[in-house]
Design a protein around this ligand. Structure first.
Ligand code: SF4
Ligand code: FES
Length: 394
């Protein structure tokens, strides 16, 4: 569950490959959620509350067909994600197939299931990049958040193997009220691990994470301090570590350009093969998503399906977005957040100060963070909802 990097200069490569990309053309990068299964139990999981079960997952042959098809229509990058993608026994085979069809592959992983041999096999199969999520900079906080003993220690080990194998590494640090005090140490950890990039990823509150908002919401003072720490580190570590940071929604002035705009730059494929405009899109009830198992091609689904076209561009926007000068900059923010907070994905994202609901969510964030309720409801793939305030997993 991670933010995607902007494919950036991949456009030149795309042109040289004669891609059919144009306005709403095929995006450069696709996120493949191979499975929703996961050994971690993070309270901020952004996957839908209803998960795809193992039996409904695409088969190896189905995924290979998908990889071939997306490469043929001009996609350049494939991000293997989940859940935990290494829970799929066929991951090496899928990475090899991605290489064979010319895709740049990135593994977005919690790392806890990887062995050195398997990581080495992935590198041999052509894996191009590894992104590891961290829940803190030391085991006591990190393992409690992950809901798994020894998770942090394992992640550190895998990060070291990643660099030994000469694979580029991104550290994805998911930040919230209960670990923001470690941010400076997390930045140093990323430097020590020889990562190229650190994503300071503030928790976003849809899917399972919404259940834990009160336990995760940072205080306004924490966010001010975070911005100061990131600014100082960016200047100090220029050329050593790139840092991605966006002010969290509830405290922002304007919303993030979520997914680069709905149906503009990315799509996701769910474990069961649904083509989604973003990883949390299934949390929006009332939208129907087409599947790679349907009779339509992936290109047709991207260009023509109702779910993509419903919030594409600016024509669907209500006021205040419709007459706003920023409408082609942020595309009205995040549809999933608008749905989670207003019950209608077609509303302006309340993260925007111009939304009539903004003041309400700002106050809500202040109240929830001040109440200091630290109890987590853990995500448990088996279906349980373990609750704890204390030392779970540590
Ligand atoms: Fe963006 Fe809409 Fe807010 Fe304007 S009103 S800044 S378009 S979310
Ligand atoms: Fe779905 Fe923002 S997460 S549009």
């Amino acid at each position: 569950n991670a933010t995607l990097r902007d494919p950036g200069d991949g456009l030149a490569v795309l042109e040289s490959r004669g891609s059919i990309a144009e306005t709403y053309g095929i995006p450069l990068a696709v996120l493949a959620e191979l499975t929703h299964r996961c050994p971690l139990q993070c309270p901020y999981c952004s996957n839908p509350v209803e998960l795809d079960r193992g039996g409904s997952e695409l088969t190896t042959e189905e995924w290979k067909k998908v990889l071939t098809e997306i490469a043929e229509i001009g996609v350049l990058q494939i991000h293997f994600s989940g859940g935990e993608p290494t829970a799929r026994k066929d991951l090496v085979e899928l990475v090899q197939h991605a290489s064979d069809v010319g895709l740049y592959s990135n593994l977005i992983t919690s790392a806890v299931l990887l062995t050195k041999d398997r990581l080495s096999a992935l590198a041999d199969a052509g894996l191009c990049h590894v992104q590891i999520s961290f829940q803190g900079n030391e085991p006591i906080v990190a393992n409690r958040v992950a809901g798994l003993k020894q998770a942090h220690e394992k992640k550190i080990e895998v990060a070291k193997w990643t660099r030994e194998l000469d694979l580029p590494l991104t550290v994805n640090a998911v930040m919230h009220r209960q670990n923001l005090f470690q941010l400076s140490d997390i930045i140093q950890m990323a430097v020590d691990l020889d990562a190229d990039r650190l994503e300071v990823a503030n928790v976003q509150y849809y899917g399972w994470a919404l259940k834990n908002r009160a336990a995760l919401m940072p205080t306004f003072e924490q966010i001010e301090e975070t911005s100061r720490i990131v600014e100082e580190a960016e200047a100090r570590l220029k050329g050593i570590l790139a840092i991605d940071y966006v002010v969290p929604d509830y405290y922002a002035l304007r919303p993030k350009k979520c997914m680069g705009g709905w149906g503009r730059q990315f799509f996701n494929i769910s474990p069961a093969g649904k083509i989604l405009p973003c990883h949390a899109a299934e949390s929006i009830t009332g939208l129907e998503f087409e599947s790679v198992r349907s009779n339509h091609s992936i290109a047709w689904i991207w260009q023509n399906s109702e779910a993509f076209n419903r919030y594409r561009g600016t024509g669907w926007m209500p006021e205040p977005c419709r007459s706003c000068e920023f409408k082609e900059i942020d595309f009205g923010g995040c549809r999933c957040q608008a749905f989670a907070l207003t019950g209608d994905a077609g509303n302006t994202d309340p993260a925007c100060t111009l939304s009539p609901l903004h003041e309400k969510i700002f106050k809500l964030a202040e109240q929830e963070s001040a109440a200091d309720n630290n109890r987590f409801i853990y995500r448990n793939f088996a279906g349980g909802t373990l609750e704890t305030e204390g030392d779970h997993g540590a």
